[in-house]
Design a protein around this ligand. Structure first.
Ligand SMILES: Nc1nc2c(ncn2[C@@H]2O[C@H](COP(=O)(O)OP(=O)(O)OP(=O)(O)O)[C@@H](O)[C@H]2O)c(=O)[nH]1
Ligand SMILES: [Mg+2]
Length: 253
């Protein structure tokens, strides 16, 4: 039987990693709070040593404007995966929304993730760029092709109908993300957060979303690092439940 990690969606912790975003970050926070402020208990704005002074200033201004919701977190683990794992440890909402602050995860769709999460609190709600109604705007041709082949290969290997397993726009039960033993620190973490729950039998529901290339700042992912995603997909395929989950309290390490 699949364990339920949430009975109800009562509040959402939103993860917003920041490196060089300013206006995009402001727009993201404003949109989320205007559309679904009542459902969001906290916006975890995660910054690191490389976050620009301009971005830090914008984050501080947002915290002054919305002191109840915006929380600035100095990340301890490195890179994007590390920033997400730090936020997992701190989240207090029943659900955790992974997204970005560069507008490549359009914030005006947050309300739909939350509405779906209310209907299916035990499931993961994930954005898909490949479903009808979703898409890519300004994605390089080469990455588009690679992405297509990747999605088809791993859907077959994991025997799933999912069309997009790597888009880092998804809502997950907080107790689920806190129960899993995470390994990746860089961008392939976005894939790990889907395949590990999938191996545990957690239901995953896709909603179509259009990814649009950012106009402010730059990506932190290098092209060649995209091949690292294959390693994550292959090895997790052979993981047991015990290998995926953290030892429960009282269990010997
Ligand atoms: N705090 C923090 N934020 C990060 C880090 N790396 C990336 N980010 C932020 O996380 C979000 C996603 O990172 P991007 O580098 O744009 O990655 P991406 O869009 O998933 O990757 P591509 O499709 O390859 O461009 C952005 O808002 C970044 O500013 C990090 O090490 N620490
Ligand atoms: Mg991006």
């Amino acid at each position: 039987m699949v364990q339920a990690y949430a009975d109800r969606l009562t509040s959402v912790s939103v993860f917003l990693p920041v490196m060089d975003e300013t206006d995009s970050l402001t727009k993201t926070v404003e949109t989320i709070l205007a559309d679904c402020g009542g459902a969001v208990c906290e916006l975890l704005v995660v910054v690191c040593q490389k976050t620009t002074p301009a971005s830090r200033a914008v984050a501080a201004a947002l915290q002054a404007r919305y002191p109840e919701q915006v929380r600035i977190v100095e990340q301890r683990r490195p890179f994007l995966g590390g920033a997400t794992q730090d936020a997992f440890d701190l989240a207090t909402g029943s659900h955790f929304l992974m997204m970005a602050s560069d507008l490549e995860t359009p914030p005006d769709r947050v309300k739909e993730f939350i509405a779906q999460g209310r209907q299916h609190p035990q499931a993961i709600i994930t954005g898909s760029r490949w479903l009808q109604g979703g898409g890519f705007e300004g994605y390089s041709r080469c990455k588009y092709l690679l992405n297509f082949v990747f999605q088809k290969t791993f859907a077959l290997m994991y025997w799933t109908r999912l069309s997009d397993m790597t888009y880092g726009y998804r809502l997950l039960p907080t107790r689920l993300v806190q129960a899993i033993r995470w390994e990746e620190l860089r961008h392939p973490f976005l894939f790990e957060t889907l395949v590990k729950p999938l191996k545990l039998g957690v239901a995953v529901i896709e909603i179509p979303v259009t990814w649009k290339a950012r106009t402010e700042g730059g990506s932190r992912n290098t092209f060649w690092r995209n091949f690292e995603y294959f390693r994550v997909g292959f090895k997790t395929l052979f993981y047991s439940r015990a290998r995926i989950l953290k030892p429960s309290p009282g269990e010997a390490k």
